[in-house]
Design a protein around this ligand. Sequence first.
Ligand code: NAD
Length: 251
Amino acid sequence: MVPLTKIGPGGDFDPLRIEPGQRVFVLTGAGISAESGVPTFRDAGGLWEQHRVEDVATPEGFARDPVLVWRFYSERRKKAGTVKPNPAHLALAQLQERLGERLFVCTQNVDALHERAGSRVWHMHGELLKSRCAECDREPFHDEAQYPDALPRCHCGGLLRPNVVWFGEIPFGMDRIFEALSACDLFVTVGSSGAVYPAAGFVSHLRNVPNVEGRWARCVYVGLEKPENAHSFDECRLGRAGELLPTLFAP
Ligand code: NAD
């Protein structure tokens, strides 16, 4: 299937209609935060702040050199304090005000920009501003502290780690995500290269399985360029998230 591709923000984008009772699933990726000044993974070209992904975003990297990993996340926490939501985050918060429970926002991002815009959001890859114990089952907790030198420890003596999902780990709440996917009539991905699984596979799941009411979800991509999984979408709308999101949905 070849998705219809439109380049915007031109006048030929028809706003997406949401009929009464219909449910919407929005998946966001690093591209939605790019206009807030948070670099995408793509932009980093496989290197993140001069580090190899294997060294700073895998459980093996943490086991090898936890000081380096905490230094990396401390730097990201420092930057996280300075960024603000952009019009794309705000547009989704407004949509959530309108649709309530009928909108499920799931993000691959670990930043807190959706929350700062006022959205309730499912963080499938965890949250930068939370930590958890690498050893005991203590609940993850809010933590904006930076640990550039000494390693932080839990009350149990175990090492603390950032509450983020690293490459090779299972994203959080996949059952809840698939429940929301199977209920949706409209699926929109914003700013995700379609290269990181399992999130990149949500759209092909919807191509193969109708929703709980037996209808097929309409699948739309919004981002700067066609993603790697473009063939699974009905439509790709190319442009900046901050310019396209505010008028993406019909009032
Ligand atoms: P990605 O970096 O692989 O892809 C980003 C996509 O966004 C690209 O396709 C790019 O064309 C698009 N894009 C860039 N600027 C845009 C804009 N202004 N408007 C719309 N689209 C834009 O990101 P990914 O697919 O989310 O996967 C990368 C992984 O890295 C994820 O697991 C994510 O957790 C992590 N990550 C998170 C953050 C964050 O929390 N903000 C930042 C970088 C990476």
